[in-house]
Design a protein around this ligand. Structure first.
Ligand code: C5P
Length: 231
């Protein structure tokens, strides 16, 4: 199974999701966007009226178990790029920058990560021998350390902000969004993901570090596929 797992880690908006999905399609593998799991948790958190909106490490400690239980008992479905929670399509809600920020705060909690670690490994096993492409921050270092093909995808932060900006404009038609706010948000999220003690964002020793700042999606996909064939 390990030679049929491709992990793609890297900072926010480095193109992981787009590349991972394309590779999965080409190889006929399944795809798991692990960030979605943290975003679902953030969504569950934000829909609890009794959870504090002023989120900090202390109140996460207090509500982590409730949150994990709710997650474990929820019916989660991935279908045609949509995410359903209890049969409700929550895709556009969880893609917001607010949920992304909340997800990254929750993702620093060790208990939450341990629970999701289990979930992700079971998910991979359930795919059988079909193969899996998965993207996130710790797929190659922690979740699937024995995967044969590990990519760490990076890109210049200004390029990432520009890409995210264009994605938001085209997906939400929200013209109020400011490039500078996105840049600031990305930098804060990177810093939180890199500096947390539990499963920080970093390349594993055996990862192929690929800078796609000046590459097209197709060029990046081809480089990853060529690399996959050699490992
Ligand atoms: O990748 P995405 O932006 O959807 O992830 C949302 C947040 O979830 C990230 O900012 C990161 O803090 C967290 N995350 C993580 N580990 C993963 C995937 C995502 O900590 N494997």
């Amino acid at each position: 199974m390990n030679n049929k797992i491709i992990t793609i880690d890297g900072p926010s908006a480095s193109g992981k999701g787009t590349i991972a999905k394309k590779i999965a399609d080409i190889l006929g593998f399944n795809y798991l966007d692990s960030g979605v799991l943290y975003r679902i948790l953030a969504y569950i958190y934000s829909s609890q009226p009794d959870f504090s909106h002023d989120i900090n490490t202390e109140n996460i400690q207090q509500c982590q178990q409730i949150l994990i239980d709710k997650f474990n008992h929820s019916k989660i479905l991935f279908e045609n790029n949509n995410i359903f929670l209890e049969n409700i399509n929550i895709t556009s809600f969880i893609r917001s920058e607010t949920i992304g920020t909340l997800a990254s705060i929750l993702a620093a909690n060790q208990n939450i990560r341990i629970q999701l670690l289990d979930w992700q490994r079971k998910y991979a096993l359930a795919q059988g021998l079909e193969g899996l492409v998965t993207d996130g921050r710790d797929m190659g270092t922690v979740v699937f350390p024995n995967a044969k093909c590990k990519i760490f995808l990076i890109a210049d932060v200004n390029k990432r902000a520009q890409r995210r900006y264009e994605q938001i404009i085209s997906q939400t038609k929200n013209q109020d969004v400011k490039l500078n706010d996105i840049l600031l948000n990305l930098k804060q999220r990177d810093e939180r993901d890199i500096n947390r003690s539990s499963s920080p964002l970093k390349p594993s020793n055996d990862a192929f570090i690929l800078d796609n700042s000046n590459l097209t999606i197709e060029e990046t996909v081809n480089i990853v596929l060529t690399y996959y064939k050699t490992v």
